[in-house]
Design a binder for this molecule. Sequence first.
Ligand code: NAP
Length: 260
Amino acid sequence: MAQKSALVTGASRGIGRGIAIELAHAGYRVAINYAGNAAAAAEALKLVQEAGSDGFIVQGDVSVAADRERLVAETVANFGRIDILVNNAGVAPNVRADLLDAGEESFDRLFNINLKGPFFLSQLASKQMLKQEKDEEGFRGRIVNITSISVYTSSINRGDYCMVKAGLAMMTKLFAERLGNEDINVYEIRPGVIATDMTGGVKEKYDKLIIEDERGITPIRRWGKPEDIGKAVRAIAEDRFPFSTGACFDVDGGFHLHRL
Ligand code: NAP
């Protein structure tokens, strides 16, 4: 079987790195995208190699059109095709501001990186996938979008984040419909609270909410790990859900349950 290939945005650290490593375990070669932290990207590549696969590092800001073009072009130049695109790169607001004070600069930053970037990158990757021959499983490609419990959970000190993640959930449905009859399945993975740099600043708050409080905000009383998300992406990459598209997987320790 030909070795499959992945493009993972924001693969240098956190969840993206966890996804890259799991895909490497599944035999995928990985294009490791990062924005500014070259050392973290180098470490991620080393871990991909230790997991028994290989890849390459590609700097690029997903909010910039020319960078998106380059991400796709370099992945195709290195691997010949893109079997899976994982839209993982994302940022939280620099400052958590009350809904009534939240500024346009933060809104534009989050919109551009977390929604505009994945949308136009998916457009480019889809066009590449449509040119590809079907693989052994009958797919031209797969797309996975990493959203958040913020799709449906309101946090009034980061409304911009919630709104753009909700947009990314809708984007999954749109691409799923458009590509459903083109041998390209599209999925949403909706992480809960995962231990990464992004949540490092609110560690004490979530330690309390998840572990110390009597009942805890999640039935599974632990922080999520990047590999939890990586394993979900791997299941998709290994075609465990061939008759599902536009589907959303909650990988959140049960956070989404309504409880009394
Ligand atoms: P993280 O630890 O802050 O890592 C962010 C990654 O995205 C890094 O690899 C970073 O690259 C990259 N990145 C940032 N801006 C970029 C840009 N403009 N273009 C390309 N890459 C960019 O974040 P994380 O916690 O792993 O989050 C990953 C994704 O999961 C995000 O979409 C986030 O919204 C989502 N998520 C996270 C949680 C959580 O609890 N952590 C929960 C739900 C959803 P550099 O290393 O170069 O900076």
